[in-house]
Design a protein around this ligand. Structure first.
Ligand SMILES: [Zn+2]
Length: 124
């Protein structure tokens, strides 16, 4: 069994596209799902401390108990939990990845954007 981890929005439209993308990207059978409304905003703003602790706890289980092969931080078009446009979201996603690297430095962490056609692309 192999796992990777998605820190994704709870939005139902982005679940399957991200799962399929990550199964291929990390060569993993299963994608552990850590979902919040607009998690890139939450992790970049650092205002909701309890939510951040909860996210780190859940990602930690995926990394330490499931041996996750990689973590993806996801932002998406038309996000109800994050009203920011694509450029600002991309910047938040990068900030969130930097924060996650402080906690999970031994695991590969990538940044994803899901566009208006629900197509997933990896940010450089
Ligand atoms: Zn969303």
């Amino acid at each position: 069994m192999s796992f990777c981890t998605a820190i994704n929005c709870m939005d139902g439209r982005v679940q399957l596209p991200v799962i399929h993308f990550l199964q291929k990207r990390f060569g993993a059978e299963y994608v552990d799902a850590v979902t919040e409304p607009g998690p890139n905003r939450i992790l970049s703003e650092q205002a909701e401390k309890n939510t951040i602790e909860s996210i780190l706890h859940r990602v930690g289980i995926s990394v330490h108990k499931h041996g996750s092969k990689g973590i993806a931080m996801v932002g998406h078009y038309d996000c109800a939990g994050n009203p920011a446009g694509k450029d600002e979201q991309d910047s938040q996603t990068r900030t969130a990845v930097a924060f996650l690297k402080e906690h999970f430095g031994d695991t590969e962490i990538i940044a994803l954007w899901v566009d208006e056609d629900w197509k997933v692309s990896e940010m450089s």
